[in-house]
Design a protein around this ligand. Sequence first.
Ligand code: UN1
Length: 482
Amino acid sequence: MTVRVRQLIAGRWRDGTGPRSESRNPARPGEVVADLAVATEPDLDEAVRAAAVAAAEWRLAAMHERAEVLGAAARLLDARAEEYGSELTREEGKTLAEGVGEVRRAAEIFRFNAGEADREAGEIYSSPRRGESIMVVRRPLGVVAVITPWNFPAAIPAWKIAPALVHGNAVVWKPASLVPLLAMRLAETLTEAGLPDGVLSLLLGPGALGTRLVEHPGVAALSFTGSTEVGTRLMQTCARLRKPVQAELGGKNAAVVLADADLDHAAAEVIAGAMRSTGQKCTATSRLVVDAAVEDALLDRVCRLAAGLRVGDGLRPDVDLGPAASADARGEILTAVEGAVAGGAEVLTGRTPYADTERAEGYFVPPTVLRLADPRLAVWRDEVFGPVLSVVRAAGRDEALRLANDSAFGLSGAVFTNDLDFVLRAMSEFKVGVLHVNSETAGADPHVPFGGVKDSGYGPKEQGRAARDFYTHTTTVYLRAS
Ligand code: UN1
């Protein structure tokens, strides 16, 4: 069942010139999912050079021609959603429904971006001077580096690569080392859809390769999603080299539940936001702020739902939650929970690692809800990339909003209430890039901007028309007949 994965370099599928590497199934770590030879700096250099040549031609293609490739890729992904979805589950761990859903979502993202060809492509202004008009046209950046995380092996690459391509750029893509198989599937889909040679290269290798990619003089810009630590380092590199950068970093997203909320609905949404994809989303709900008046009633529901989640191999149809993606990921989650308990957090459900053979061998972690008396604990501040929800009580609305904003991050937030006044206040004062009213913190649609404020993001937002702002630059043309 092991798939031999290859690199896509300068239009050719081939092995990297580095040492061998593999990905394993996090539900059954004895099972090797993919094996490959990693890319090295000479491979990277070849990819970037080819991309520069390909970009010069690709940008001249009519936008509708570029869009046609994305449309064809969307159709292929839809047709293969079950197949690639189950590979995604084997390689990353999320449930089959989540894996298949993510492949379909990638198709939807390609379709939206194909539609860019039919939308306005610039602006015309009147001029203060007689006989002149002013146009603002958009041009591609050239070769862009795309660096993506393991938690959405299909959707995040799609929402970076699709707009980059449709706006006329070439892409050199370095995905996370944990998910080479899905990366190859996405790249194969694009080449089969008719993408010309060299316009997309796929480089599979260690993190250091990503740094070299960003530093390469042939690379014009970087779109990155991943940890705050790596992202900050790459942002500094980009600043030094004066390259535009778009970085989507961590989150520590809060849901606020006020006393008037529909508690059954709020609990279901909070648990979905906290636990789906095993909590391994930067948009996951990791903090819950609950009005003291409904604390017991809400937590009773939240804990019942968390404890009822069925945790196991995501390929099994009766499972709600797959494993953490790696041994390291699992270790970090368990360490964060133990640290919180040592600091005085009260365990409402979860914490205890599974003892049965299957789940002790796989990287499984129990859905965990912690009640904190003290919001200064690390578990309240630092991102825990796993199914862990920390709860604090608020005495009324002002304190609820203050606690929700008590974070260095500002990606996403949710408020559960029908109080229009509070909703309007949250719209202006809850410091997040994505705000949900009466729905979970996670999720993103292809046609609207996605990204955070504060430490959660840097540079133009992703997706929707916002992506165009990053993947193109404007040239202002003063147009006059002589
Ligand atoms: C979602 O909530 O569906 O890495 C998308 C992440 C985010 C994407 C979340 N960049 O989790």
